[in-house]
Write a protein that binds this ligand. Structure first.
Ligand code: PMP
Length: 425
């Protein structure tokens, strides 16, 4: 059956069978990717693309360590977590060894959404409150509860009564102090209290990715934590995007900020594509839910998920990828800044570890969003897959597998230069 699929008809068939509007594809001419390998993605037509976008594959596409660990576990046993299994206990212990005290408990899920939703539930049980404070243009997941906590997804005019927002850390570092952040949370808390609500949770993506990939100083994050605690809420560091070495040299972005969150959520790269996510918290917070409920999710914490989780941590630690990501990311941003200095379409460059956001400017009658879209298409033409983010969709998002080497940075910069030239032509 697969052989009968013609690439030309696949987009049409997808739209017919799966709906087009709710789940749009990337790029003007959608790509059919059939194989991945390290930092490369291969299309059915034989074209090879440098992956500058995919975060799930932090250790590179189809890493043999994951393939072998998962397939041999699948061949032996894969069942739910109501039985004892050493693999999942050991994975919990390994994750906790990377976290600061007093974080001492891991609860597994199958996605970042589910992890944030569980964290939200824990926070409401623990505090007895029912509201949340999030950043403007935040993204935390796809369930109904998490869509309400994802201001970036709200339709115009929509704002749930139990949610208040704070201004994300745009602007120069010296203006983003602890006091400024704590005041932003305080104002959000006042808005909620005026509506008869109290916050259970203040949550933020540790790298403010959907907000535009922001350079957030540690003091600002410290202010979010103090602001949360002053308001009687818990602080959740959403590490679904920024975690697992992306913010090298550390494994977790919040460690660079020097704070200790009450809850941390993990996902995306955790199983290199095998679905696994987690909430890391303190025992007393986990136990607040245990008083009234139990927590069980059929596909969370299976032996195969644990095998994938171990393989990812093995590769990250054995190859020193987080440290390499820090060096490669610095070279990437330096190269981008040099390019932006001579390129009117490019503006500010931001990011930590192997993550870069570049502001793209409008040109003539084209808005900055339109120019960004056009640039992404030109990059595809040059054999590079990148993305866009930010409130206006005009931040070029470079978030490659951490296996990128300096030569991939050079290839990317060269191809970006050519894509920009094509855009002007
Ligand atoms: N939080 C953040 C910061 C994310 O970027 C995402 C996914 N883009 C999620 C949560 C949700 O994760 P998932 O898609 O695995 O449910």
């Amino acid at each position: 059956l697969t052989a009968a699929i013609s690439p030309d008809s696949l987009p049409t068939r997808r739209a017919q069978a799966m709906g087009g509007k709710l789940a749009p594809l990337f790029y003007r001419r959608p790509l059919e990717i059939v194989r991945g390998e390290g930092p490369w993605l291969h299309a059915r037509d034989g074209a090879r693309y440098l992956d500058a976008y995919n975060n799930v594959a932090v250790i590179g596409h189809t890493h043999p360590a994951v393939t072998q660990a998962v397939s041999s576990q699948l061949a032996q046993l894969n069942t739910h977590s109501r039985y004892l299994h050493a693999g999942i206990v050991e994975l919990s212990e390994r994750i906790l060894a990377t976290m600061p005290a007093p974080l001492d408990t891991v609860l597994f899920t199958t996605s970042g959404t589910e992890a944030n939703e569980l964290a939200w539930r824990l926070a409401t049980e623990y505090t007895g409150a029912g509201a949340a404070v999030i950043a403007e243009h935040a993204y935390h997941g796809a369930s109904k509860w998490m869509a309400d906590l994802s201001s970036n997804e709200w339709p115009a005019g929509y704002r749930p009564a139990h949610v208040a927002t704070f201004e994300a850390p745009h602007g120069p570092a010296h203006e983003l102090t602890e006091i400024v952040a704590a005041e932003r949370i305080h104002r959000a808390d006042e808005t909620l209290r005026a509506a008869g609500e109290r916050p259970a949770l203040v949550l933020a993506d540790s790298q403010f990715t959907s907000e535009g990939i922001l350079d957030v100083p540690g003091e600002f994050v410290a202010g979010l934590v103090t602001g949360a605690h002053t308001a009687g809420a818990l602080y959740l560091a959403d590490e679904v995007q920024s975690g697992y070495g992306r913010s090298g040299p550390r494994l977790w972005r919040f460690l660079l900020a020097g704070v200790t969150p009450d809850l941390v959520t993990l996902g995306k790269p955790m199983g290199a594509g095998y679905p696994i996510g987690a909430v890391v918290t303190r025992r007393e917070i986990a136990d607040a839910l245990a008083g009234s409920y139990e927590y069980f999710s059929t596909f969370a914490a299976t032996p195969a998920a644990a095998a994938a989780g171990h393989a990812v941590l093995d590769v990250l630690s054995l190859t020193g990828l987080p440290a390499r990501a820090a060096a490669t990311g610095t070279a990437l941003r330096e190269g981008l800044r040099a390019l932006a200095a001579e390129e009117p379409l490019l503006g500010e460059v931001r990011g930590t570890g192997l993550l870069a956001g570049i502001d793209v400017r409008g040109s003539g009658a084209s808005t900055s969003r339109e120019v960004t879209r056009a640039l992404l298409s030109e990059l595809v033409g040059q054999g590079v897959l990148a993305g866009s983010t930010g409130p206006r969709g005009d931040v070029l998002k470079v978030r490659p597998p951490l296996v990128w080497e300096d030569k991939h940075v050079s290839q990317f910069l060269e191809r970006l230069r050519r894509a920009l030239a094509q855009l002007r032509a």
